[in-house]
Design a protein around this ligand. Structure first.
Ligand code: ATP
Length: 245
């Protein structure tokens, strides 16, 4: 259990003034699926961006706290070094290259490959998890359905052979059946490859079902944490996130 990701007392400021995180802490144990719940603007995406090293691209800065994996300080690393360290973010809204084919999108992810393996081996693994992408491999990604684009975005992460995938709202805008299909595959990747997942989701029902541990954040702070079993039984969670009266 060496490579736990630990975020401690993180404070993030955008443009020198907007305090997006005030004191955010979380741990993702190796091989776990952990979810981050919170209202719009609570700081979920900011947390993922801080871990991936993307904040400077948006004039954001970590002003206090730490992010480490297996004890290594991630705050000292550039985004490409964080990818090489095995942490790959699948951004909200999928961000596939829409004019490029499915396979070209996978080729574009090979820059991040961590272990020497042939493209064929890497792509076969993606097509094994997402057979529909194999059928669509010659099609422009922009013509894929929303669910297929989400699969491609996760497929690109797989090409990199990550230790951990940061997933930002994978269910956004997708029909319930497709969401279930994608989450079943996420769970398989977790189980079969031991890839840990940090999952940001508006869909708390699905997040609490697939994750084993969760954190609730409000105004940039961690306010509640526990096993998803415990969180699912919490009255506030039921009221605010699960719509139970
Ligand atoms: P959502 O579910 O709406 O994406 P979130 O929990 O992911 O919400 P963040 O996107 O992390 O929340 O935003 C946290 C706070 O930081 C918000 O007040 C938001 O307005 C602010 N913020 C986010 N990105 C930027 C940015 N690039 N520049 C300035 N402020 C930002």
């Amino acid at each position: 259990m060496a490579a736990a990701l630990e975020v401690k007392d993180l404070e993030v400021v955008y443009q020198g003034v907007i305090q997006a995180l005030t004191s955010l802490s979380l741990t993702v144990q190796e091989g776990a699926i952990v979810t981050l719940l919170g209202a719009n603007g609570a700081g979920k995406t900011t947390t993922l961006k801080a871990i991936s090293g993307f904040l400077p691209l948006e004039n954001g800065r970590v002003t206090r706290g730490s992010i480490t994996i297996g004890g290594q300080d991630l705050l000292r690393l550039a985004p490409h070094q964080i990818v090489r360290r095995g942490i790959f973010q699948v951004r909200e809204g999928r961000h596939v290259f829409s004019e490029m084919t499915v396979e070209e999108n996978l080729v574009a992810a090979t820059f991040a490959q961590r272990k020497p393996r042939s493209r064929k081996e890497a792509f076969d693994e993606v097509y094994n998890y997402f057979p529909i992408l194999s059928q669509r491999r010659g099609q422009a990604a922009g013509y894929l359905s929303g669910g297929e684009q989400q699969m491609l975005a996760i497929g690109r992460a797989l090409v990199a052979d990550p230790e951990m995938i940061l997933l930002d709202e994978p269910s956004l805008g997708l029909a319930p059946l497709i969401v279930k299909e994608i989450f079943e595959i996420i769970a398989r990747i977790n189980r079969e490859k031991g890839v840990s997942m940090l999952l940001v989701e508006q869909n708390a029902v699905i997040a609490l079902k697939y994750a084993s541990y969760g954190y609730v954040i409000e105004s940039g702070r961690t306010v509640l944490e526990g096993t998803t079993e415990k969180l699912s039984a919490d009255q506030d969670i039921q009221k605010f996130y699960l719509g139970v009266d």
